[in-house]
Design a protein. Structure first.
Length: 444
């Protein structure tokens, strides 16, 4: 058991003991016999009432009255000269043997000349704090002594405290074990099912832990896959460069122009891959860049279209820009946003067929105070189940959209747009191909 268990156990146990001490103290501090006058007055009034009824109306009416009120305590005994009760009840010996200071008594003569004695036990005695309304019971055989009853009461209180402390700390122990297992890299096990049907804040904490552990495991798996993909992507151009140099050494001839271009191309691919990996790593670090550049998005899109038009014409396709607002301005990081939009448009150019257009639309949505950009190609689209996957690093689909590259462009674009407090999504368009939808908040 941990320290939290013992703290809770000690607090509950101390509470039980303090309550016992408080109850005992209140009993000792109560003024002696402070309830006697009112209780005794009620007893006397009842005794006088029954005596008057018996004296004027006789035993029959009195019997009816007592039968209707036989539950009243303390009991009133109406005894004849033979010590028999008017109601036919068995009279305890201690009632007949009560001393004068412990009873209320009155003798009455009925209209027919019979004599009756009314007796009632008088509760309380000098020095007793709270007088009892019940007659003292004779000691029962085998009754445990008072100290034993106190010990049983304390033992039950301690057991209840121990159970309650265990119940409250069990989720903490389970959570602690799961945390240590997670830190050791053991397979994830859900802790919520281990807590049964209880519903409280600790169960909510267990749900949050399961969610966090699942996210951490997914992130670790993604990181492992990312490292494998990076090593694979780096190995391919390095292998080609090494092979080219090996052939040159074997042939023992100077490096020609074609060989130089091939090696330069592979080194450029390596440099571009490393640059994209570093950019993705920086964006995944959750360090928000300074958005202190107020950019005109229509102007930025126009510059991108001018720059990328040559790439589009190289495959006999075109870029068509449609913008309804020439004055839209957003707070942004120029380099980061430029790279995000460039990656999206280049991805569309790479996957649109020859003799088609890549349509770029930009509209202001005043109601939502956002600027919306859609980039639509005329390619084969993406399977609906894989639309979210295209924003993951190194994802290259095994369909008509696979055209080389590293699968980092859209991943960088997604993280860059999110850093600008915007959103990016993908969907297939009937009669066209894939559409990338970007929404960015406007300034002010």
């Amino acid at each position: 058991m941990g320290r939290l268990f013992w703290k809770i156990f000690c607090w509950f146990s101390a509470t039980v003991i303090c309550l016992l001490v408080l109850l005992f103290s209140l009993r000792l501090l109560a003024p002696p016999g402070e309830l006697k006058p009112s209780v005794h007055q009620l007893q006397k009034e009842r005794l006088n009432a029954v005596a008057a009824l018996l004296q004027h109306s006789g035993p029959g009416v009195t019997r009816q009255y007592l039968q209707q009120n036989h539950r009243a305590l303390p009991r009133l005994w109406v005894l004849n000269t033979q010590q028999e009760d008017l109601l036919g009840r068995s009279v305890p010996d201690f009632i007949l043997q009560l001393p004068a200071d412990r009873q209320l008594q009155q003798t009455v003569t009925t209209p027919d000349g019979q004599r009756y004695t009314l007796r009632m036990f008088k509760p309380g005695k000098a020095g007793k704090a709270v007088p009892s309304l019940l007659p003292p019971l004779p000691p029962a055989e085998g009754r445990p002594p008072r100290y034993f009853r106190w010990l049983v009461f304390i033992a039950v209180g301690l057991l209840a405290s121990a159970w309650l402390a265990w119940y409250l700390t069990r989720p903490v122990r389970v959570l602690s074990q799961a945390t240590r297992a997670l830190s050791r890299g053991e397979p994830l096990q859900q802790i919520r099912p281990k807590l049964g049907r209880r519903k409280d804040e600790l169960v909510s904490l267990a749900d949050d832990f399961d969610h966090m552990a699942g996210a951490l495991q997914h992130k670790q798996e993604t990181l492992d896959q990312l490292l494998k993909d990076i090593s694979h992507e780096l190995r391919s151009p390095l292998t080609r460069v090494r092979l080219a140099l090996g052939l040159l050494e074997k042939q023992q001839r100077p490096i020609g122009e074609a060989d130089s271009e091939q090696i330069s191309h592979e080194l450029n691919r390596l440099d571009d891959l490393i640059d994209q990996v570093l950019t993705l790593t920086q964006l995944d670090s959750r360090q928000t860049p300074a958005l202190n550049d107020y950019l005109s998005i229509p102007d930025l899109l126009a510059q991108l279209v001018d720059k990328l038009s040559l790439e589009a014409r190289a495959k006999n396709s075109q870029l068509a820009l449609q913008c309804d607002d020439k004055e839209a301005v957003i707070p942004a990081n120029h380099e980061l946003l430029w790279r995000a939009l460039e990656n999206v448009i280049r991805n569309a150019i790479a996957h649109t067929p020859e003799d088609t257009q890549v349509i770029i639309r930009a509209v202001t949505e005043s109601a939502a105070n956002t600027f919306r950009i859609t980039v639509t190609d005329m390619g084969a689209g993406v399977e609906e189940s894989r639309l979210e996957d295209i924003f993951n690093p190194f994802v290259r689909l095994d369909n008509a959209r696979r055209r080389g590259g590293y699968g980092l462009g859209l991943a960088i674009a997604q993280r860059a747009i999110q850093q600008h407090h915007g959103s990016i999504s993908a969907r297939n368009i009937a009669g066209a191909g894939l559409q990338i939808d970007i929404q960015l908040p406007l300034a002010g």
